[in-house]
Design a protein around this ligand. Structure first.
Ligand code: MN
Length: 432
């Protein structure tokens, strides 16, 4: 397996005791980056941190205390650090791992740089210039395609092109926010469309890929370069207004049905941290192999990633959230490197902090849909919840929580934390 070193050793322990709890999503093998300030301290500067157990290591404070890492980590955004490239990301991970390992000489100096995670709020870890959403979930594409085209669910380009569209970065928020049910134009029965609150609000279970290194305009990346360019992953909820989407999406694709909100988990789990969870990229028998610009021996050997993904729903009257779906990113039809290589293949320049959505990650089985559209068969079969409530699409007050973790026997499980947001009632609309 490529990229494994002492930082991945499952026996490695931290002097931050909570990180050694087997249930912790943030053991010393993870070390994800986020941007935080103390709760209730609105005048305090946002700054970068690393999650470790139930604590955050304040990187600005740690630099002042002598932690030997890149000075760019003392700022309020990861963009500058991302630009440094894979070799220096890797060296930084090793330095952080040494400093936080049990027995480290740094413990005395760094102890004072920890802030309890329950006492912080988190914001976007970097400035997101551009956001692109892909469609790598073939089970999602097939199920949704069947709803519209029963005889021909997958369009002929799907197995050749990583399908995507340009999204909007300004409405991306980190976990814990709430947003108003969007208003929109939908098809009307008489032929005249209606304008009002969406009646078919849905979520999409996705991963988000943060681009690290840039490529210059006009200079495509090879698969090997693309693999080194991506910085890390977050969970991503691509909220969707299905009735608006159905009316507006032809001929130019998603627009207002998608760009009212996107939620991501706040901690970026790095590509380095995910090295133990690589899996072969394999096409089902009879499917075409990728064109050469999307193919490499390394991608075939370990281009995919085994990451368990879940969707949980909490309605206002439920005592605890209920799991709706479990799937695995290993089932995606395209790898992360293929998304970056394809995106840059026409010379389009990707920049540090750009975000790529994976597309909805549904499993192959019944009940493994990554959206309500799939789980309710296009809104025809309600889901019955344990407390007797049912849902076709989301109602006001509902909270959707995405969870994810990379896990493999013999490795320390690493988690993503939560990607959570709540639907508020639509705002009152007046035409003048
Ligand atoms: Mn999507």
């Amino acid at each position: 397996m490529n990229g494994l070193d002492t930082t991945h050793d499952p026996a490695l322990r931290s002097w931050v005791n909570s990180a050694n709890d087997p249930a912790s999503e943030f053991p010393i093998q993870n070390l994800p980056y986020g941007c935080f300030r103390r709760l209730g301290e609105d005048d305090e500067a946002w700054r970068l941190g690393v999650a470790i157990g139930d604590q955050v290591l304040d990187l600005r404070a740690a630099l002042l205390a002598g932690l030997p890492v890149e000075p760019m980590l003392g700022t309020h955004t990861l963009n500058h650090f991302m630009l440094l490239g894979a070799t220096r990301w890797h060296k930084t991970r090793q330095a952080l791992s040494r400093a936080l390992a049990a027995g480290s000489e740094s413990q005395g100096a760094l102890q004072a740089c920890l802030v309890p995670r329950r006492e912080v709020e988190l914001t976007l870890p970097c400035s997101i210039g551009d956001y692109t959403d892909f469609y790598t979930g073939i089970h999602h594409a097939t199920t949704v395609g069947k709803l519209f085209r029963p005889d021909n669910p997958l369009l002929p380009n799907y197995k050749w092109v990583p399908i995507g569209y340009h999204g909007r970065s300004s409405s991306i928020r980190t976990s814990g926010h709430a947003f108003h049910r969007p208003l929109g134009q939908t098809a009307g029965e008489s032929g005249t469309p209606r304008f009002g609150p969406t009646q078919r609000l849905d979520y999409e279970l996705e991963l988000g890929v943060f681009v690290g290194s840039l490529n210059h305009l006009g200079e495509p990346r090879t698969m090997a370069q693309a693999e080194a360019d991506w910085f890390g992953l977050v969970l991503l909820n691509d909220w969707s207004a299905r009735d608006v989407q159905a009316w507006e999406y032809q001929p130019l694709g998603p627009f207002l049905a998608k760009n009212f909100a996107t939620t991501i988990s706040p901690w970026i789990v790095t590509r380095d941290a995910l090295a133990p969870f690589r899996a072969p990229f394999v096409r089902p028998e009879g499917d075409p192999q990728p064109l050469p610009y999307l193919d490499s021996a390394a991608n075939r050997e370990h281009g995919a990633l085994a990451i368990t993904l879940e969707v949980w729903l909490q309605t206002p009257s439920m005592s605890e959230p209920h799991r709706l779906t479990r799937s695995n990113f290993r089932d995606a039809y395209w790898t992360v490197a293929q998304l970056l290589a394809h995106h840059s293949s026409n010379g389009c320049n990707l920049q540090p902090g750009d975000l790529l959505g994976s597309g909805t990650q549904s499993g192959p089985g019944e009940g493994e849909g990554g959206s309500l559209l799939e789980l309710t068969h296009g809104g025809k079969q309600p889901i019955v919840l344990p407390n007797g409530e049912s849902r076709v699409f989301l109602q006001d007050g509902d909270t959707v929580i995405l969870r994810g973790a990379a896990e493999r026997e013999g490795c320390r499980r690493i988690g993503f934390g939560e990607c959570r947001a709540t639907v508020l009632p639509a705002r009152a609309f007046t035409a003048s």
